[in-house]
Design a protein around this ligand. Structure first.
Ligand code: IDP
Ligand code: MG
Length: 139
């Protein structure tokens, strides 16, 4: 996605509102929680990921047992890809999401409040500024 030139002190994070969040009507709630934390939307689009994009986006997990299921799930219906920007955006987004496994995610986090299981955990957020840049370029 094209993103405006940013202040060097600011970070960006790529967020994906996953198929389960959209199917359950939780896209607005999810986006709203992130906006209220103070990070700003600088780019957004809805799309259905194809296998190639999914395999690239999750390339770090390609040797994991869950990889094929993960790719099948993320490509199963449309997602919303959003670039959030702000001071410490990567960590702010990760904290607001909660831990990967919703069972372990704290109440008050998106996954802790709404997540069902580790395969259906509603949201992706970049885990570092470097990975955020690579992920944003992919999309
Ligand atoms: P993250 O989304 O919190 O960054 P990662 O470890 O990067 O978590 O894993 C990417 C995605 O792969 C997770 O969001 C989750 O949907 C899925 N996943 C991670 N670990 C497992 C697992 O042990 N079993 C099934 N799916 C998993
Ligand atoms: Mg990750």
């Amino acid at each position: 996605m094209q993103v405006k030139q940013s202040n060097p002190n600011e970070q960006r994070s790529l967020v994906l509102i996953k198929p389960d969040a959209i199917q359950r009507g939780l896209a607005g709630e999810t986006i709203s929680r992130l906006e209220r934390r103070g990070v700003k939307i600088v780019a957004m689009k809805m799309l259905q990921m194809d296998k190639t994009l999914a395999q690239r986006h999750y390339a770090i997990h390609k040797d994991k047992a869950f990889f094929n299921k993960l790719v099948d799930f993320i490509t199963s219906s449309p997602i919303i890809a959003i670039v959030f920007q702000g001071k410490d955006a990567v960590e702010i987004v990760r904290q607001t999401m909660g831990r990967t496994d919703p069972v372990k995610a704290l109440p008050g986090t998106i996954r802790g409040d709404f997540g069902l299981d580790i395969e259906h955990n509603l949201i992706h957020g970049s885990d570092s500024a470097e990975n955020a840049s690579a992920e944003i370029n992919l999309f």
